[in-house]
Every structure is written in C-alpha cells, then in structure tokens.
Design a protein around this ligand. Structure first.
Ligand code: ADP
Length: 170
C-alpha cells in the first residue's frame, strides 16, 4: 500500500474514492463536508437523504458509501468521526474505527485508491497531534485487513496537519 501526504482541497482528487468527514445525519454542513456536497451537487444530498431514511443515521465510527456525482472520484465514503469531549468518552477508539471501516468498505467495494482528510480535527475538535498518531499507527500496519487497497492519499487542508502527518509517516 503506497501512501502519499499532500496539502490541498480533497474535492479535486481523482482517486477511486474520497472520504468525507460527515455528520450522523449525512446532511452536509461546514468544513470538508460542505465543500464535498457543494462540489458533488444536489444528487449527493438526495442519495444521503435516502440512506438515512432507509437505515437511519450513521453512528460515529461508521462509514457509508455513495456515488461521487460531479466529483472526479467514482465513490465517496462518508465516515462519521467522534466529537472530542475531553478524551474520556471513547474518542480515540471511535476515530480508529472510522479508519478501519473506511478500509473495510473500500476493500468490499474493490476501491484501489482513496483520498482521506483529517477526520474530526476541524469542527469536531479532536486534537490534531493525537489524531495524526492514531492514523499513522494504523496505516503503517493495518494488520488483519490485508488491504487490496493500493494507494492512500492523505489530503491535509491546513499546514499543521500536513506537517504532523509528514512527521508521523517519516
Ligand atoms: P470534523 O467535523 O470531522 O472535524 P471538518 O470538516 O470541520 O470535520 O474538519 C476536518 C478536517 O478537514 C480539518 O482538518 C479541516 O481543515 C479539513 N478540511 C476542510 N475543508 C477541506 C477540504 N476542502 N479538503 C480537505 N480537507 C478539508
């Protein structure tokens, strides 16, 4: 599994799938979620609405798949990260589960390349250094998953995350 770390806007990525840092209602919103919904177009809202209608909200730590619509990627993996509430509410395990479920969904779907943002480190307030460490520890050794995924591109929006990831994967 090849890993790259770049600084940029994930809506420009051409990987098979991009990951969205979604909220449980899959309703769009601020940050990367808003940017992805704006770029993908109205049909994405509609598919998300139908998923929630059928299966309910997406719980923190889980992920669901939609099409990419007007984006350059074929799929969007919407992962719901934990809201940081001081660290004693399972936040770290929930964030790790996000990444596990992203990879599981990608493997199940035959997705070979994925662009991933820094889930939970914006509005949800997860400490960036701690999040980068969780991501690094997992992706340097994804263990049992035996990934058929060939390429992961971590797309950091802000310089702080970019430098933390560079350091983590150095
Ligand atoms: P969360 O609610 O999971 O914290 P946010 O969207 O607020 O989600 O932030 C998650 C991360 O996504 C933050 O590090 C933020 O800087 C980053 N981000 C915001 N916009 C974009 C974008 N267009 N492309 C990639 N990352 C983005």
């Amino acid at each position: 599994m090849k890993i790259d770390i770049i600084q940029g806007d994930i809506t420009h990525e051409k990987t098979d799938a991009i990951v969205n840092a979604a909220n449980p209602a899959l309703a769009g919103g601020g940050g990367v979620d808003g940017a992805i919904h704006r770029a993908a177009g109205y049909d994405l809202y509609e598919e998300c609405r139908q998923i929630v209608h059928k299966t309910g909200e997406c719980k923190p730590g889980f992920a669901v798949l939609t099409k990419g619509y007007n984006l350059l990627c074929r799929y969007i993996i919407h992962a719901v990260g934990p809201v940081w509430r001081g660290g004693n509410n399972g936040e770290e395990e929930i964030l790790l589960n996000c990444y596990r479920n992203i990879l599981a969904l990608a493997i199940e779907t035959g997705i070979k390349s994925i662009a991933i943002p820094n889930i939970s480190t914006g509005i949800y307030g997860f400490p960036k250094k701690k999040a980068a460490n969780i991501v690094g520890t997992y992706f340097k050794n994804p263990a049992e998953e035996q990934p058929s995924v060939e390429y992961i591109r971590f797309v950091c929006f802000d310089e702080e995350n970019y430098l933390l990831y560079k350091n983590e994967f150095a």
